[in-house]
Design a binder for this molecule. Structure first.
Ligand code: ADP
Ligand code: MG
Length: 326
């Protein structure tokens, strides 16, 4: 279990982590989601005692990291992709780590096998691809057979096969009753892996919820309508007590009402160019949630806060460039 209480980190004027309180529980995957610069890596570094909190507290099974005896046997972590020593082989890298942390030598072969690096174990790591480097980092995290695993953006830069492998590994670790805490800036990634979701923006807690609840609350369905007789259709819908929202070129009606709208339009001889059932994406829900806290906007002058459905696409495109960065 990892417990944060009022955890705060300032760098000069910048508040990187702002009064975060939440608990990461065993037996499930907890996704730690937030746009770039939200404070995920800083939080994870504080868990490991690599950064000192300005205020607040973070504990691992009730203790601070530096109070843990043989910490690698309590918590294993993969931090942001790092440059490898290079001169050493994967085997020797892990052997050094095992020997200096009171971990039995046999674990080295076991974890190399788990991450699929046995065949290249004696090769120098400087020739390793990004994916192999991530696997070696994960091998190091698993070395002490810890009950708690923490991964910072583990799928960044991996190919689909590597992504699939990491997802399955995390699921296996959680099913063994371990605590799995994994960060990402991608909602789509979290939706596929996490059981529980902690969302932050500009260092602040925005949501702490089960993934099932997040999906239930945020996957709104609606109907998208395009017509050259917009005013007439609005009148007809209004007459039937159906609310339509104007969203740029199109109209939107909440719910699964495509057939009802089609019948109404036909009855009143209104021409439709488009009548399509839509489902709001989780990515949009995440962007709405973090809209006010996105650190850099590609353009200014866009309203912050809840956005009518039709404008979301536009906003998504505007932020896309920042969103995908690093
Ligand atoms: P994330 O991992 O969610 O992308 P980070 O934790 O890396 O976010 O960064 C959070 C904020 O803190 C960012 O604005 C970043 O620029 C700032 N920051 C992180 N580390 C430092 C540091 N060592 N000195 C100054 N600012 C930092
Ligand atoms: Mg980060």
């Amino acid at each position: 279990m990892i417990e944060l209480e009022g955890l705060t980190k300032r760098y000069g004027e910048k508040v990187a982590v702002n009064n975060l309180s939440f608990t990461v529980r065993p037996g499930i995957i907890t996704g730690f989601l937030g746009p770039n610069g939200a404070g995920k890596s800083t939080t994870m570094r504080m868990v490991l005692g690599l950064d000192r909190p300005t205020a607040g507290d973070v504990r691992i099974d009730g203790k601070h990291y530096d109070q843990l005896k043989d910490p690698l046997t309590y918590i294993g972590a993969l931090l942001e992709a790092k440059a490898w020593h290079g001169g050493r082989s994967a085997y020797n890298h892990l052997l050094c780590l095992a020997q200096s942390n009171g971990i039995p030598t046999r674990r080295v072969r076991e974890v190399l096998d788990t991450v699929g690096l046995t065949a290249v174990a004696k090769k120098k790591t400087k020739g390793f691809s990004l994916g192999m480097g991530q696997r070696l980092g994960i091998a190091a995290a698993l070395l002490g057979d810890p009950r708690i695993l923490m991964f910072d953006e583990p799928v960044n830069g991996l190919d689909p096969e590597g992504i699939h492998w990491i997802r399955n590994l995390m699921k296996t670790l959680a099913s063994q009753g371990r605590t799995v805490f994994v960060s990402s800036h991608l909602m789509s990634e979290m939706a596929l892996t996490a059981d529980h979701l902690v969302v932050i923006g500009q260092g602040r807690l925005l949501a702490d919820t089960s993934m099932a609840d997040f999906i239930a609350e945020n996957s709104r369905s609606y109907v998208r309508i395009r017509t050259p007789q917009r005013e007439r259709l609005l009148d007809v819908l209004h007459g039937e007590g159906v609310t339509a929202v104007e969203a740029g070129e199109v109209l939107e009606v909440d719910g699964d009402k495509a057939e009802a709208v089609g019948e109404l339009a036909a009855r009143h001889q209104i021409v439709l160019y488009e009548l399509s059932p839509q489902r709001a994406s989780l990515e949009e829900a995440f962007m709405q949630l973090t809209a006010e806290s996105v650190e850099y906007h590609a353009h200014d002058g866009q309203p912050a806060g809840p956005v009518p459905p039709g404008q979301q696409q536009q906003q998504q495109q505007q932020w896309g460039s920042e969103w995908r960065k690093g």
